[in-house]
Write a protein that binds this ligand. Sequence first.
Ligand code: GAL
Length: 414
Amino acid sequence: MRKLTQTVTALAFAASAGLATAADVEVLHWWTSGGEAAALNVLKKDLEGQNIGWKDMPVAGGGGTQAMTVLRARVTSGNPPTAVQMLGFDITDWAKEDSLANLNALAKKEGWDSVVPEALQFFSKHKGQWVASPVNVHSTNWVWANKSVLDGLGIKPPQTWDELVAAMKKVKASGKVAVAHGGQAWQDATIFDAVVMSTGGPAFYKKAFIDLDPKALGSDTMKQAFDRMSVIRGYVDDNFSGRDWNLATAMVINGNAAFQFMGDWAKGEFLNAGKKPGRDFLCFRFPGTQRQVTFNSDQFAMFDQGGKVSQEQAALASAIMSPTFQSAFNVAKGSVPARVDVSDAAFDDCGKQGMKDLAAAAKSGNLFGSMAHGHANPASVKNAIYDVVTAHFNGEYDSSTAIEELVSAVEISR
Ligand code: GAL
């Protein structure tokens, strides 16, 4: 019944926009891991049920860096995809180029304004117009742990940096890998999100990553955060370079490694492998960031097809915003709904905690956009920070050099 209603709504919307015959919807995305693909399938099925064909345009590469390169090439050659998965300031950048379709009529009809939190609307809207529909809220400051590895070594989830270091030491001494990590710039930066928050606290995170205050970027606190990255570097295995994030998650799933510091898309991999939170794996906030949430939200932007929103685009946007879809999709993805009116009933304990943490952080002023995932700065600044963090992680810079480089890289990129 819901699908029928959606179809009718989408058709009515398309008709009122003076449109066009049904066609496939071409969706550019980077959801290629097992857990991500399982979640995406929920969306594909939803559209299939509305007789809308799905033309898949996957571009592998966590965090979406490669996908954004492909998108730029497609747009430059005059052949943009119908719909594109996008993060934060990338949406704003494309909206500024006047490339995105205006979804206002649909948003108004479906009342998006009253159910999508401000922090997400900041990215979904440009100059007051809806230009993207948010599918989820992820957060980056999580630890994923193998329960039996921890139990076997008598390790409790660490609550502080010192406890984390002690736990990593114990795991390494046992011959297992303490930290499963993939050496790719966005993964290094994902850990840095959490380490900076933990080291400097929320006011410092904001000054450094959101306000881009050179004093914060070049401070002793930032130097200490880099020192902590070096400590973590001592607990990854020798083969970490270039490893995809989901292969790192698999090391925790298989019990070869104890911890992964990663956004909650990692949970999708555990679930896809048939694992249960509390029984097989544990999720907890990165030590010292228990009250904070560094978030990113996957949104779908529709590329303007000559000033109109096509029927398929409207159907896709409408499907994404439906409360039942937001529940089903996010249960599989590891994220939490982008709508505030979706019940947590279908979610596991990690998902329930994610929803609670998000609401509490928003209320207490502890919710911040993730630097690593394009919600603190435009891509130019983000990439400049990536370069420094990765060079330091790989031993090219010591921490003193890293803060100097960070200040100048950010300055140049602005
Ligand atoms: C994030 C994205 C997530 C997940 C992750 C790894 O940027 O928001 O949905 O896909 O990358 O690919």
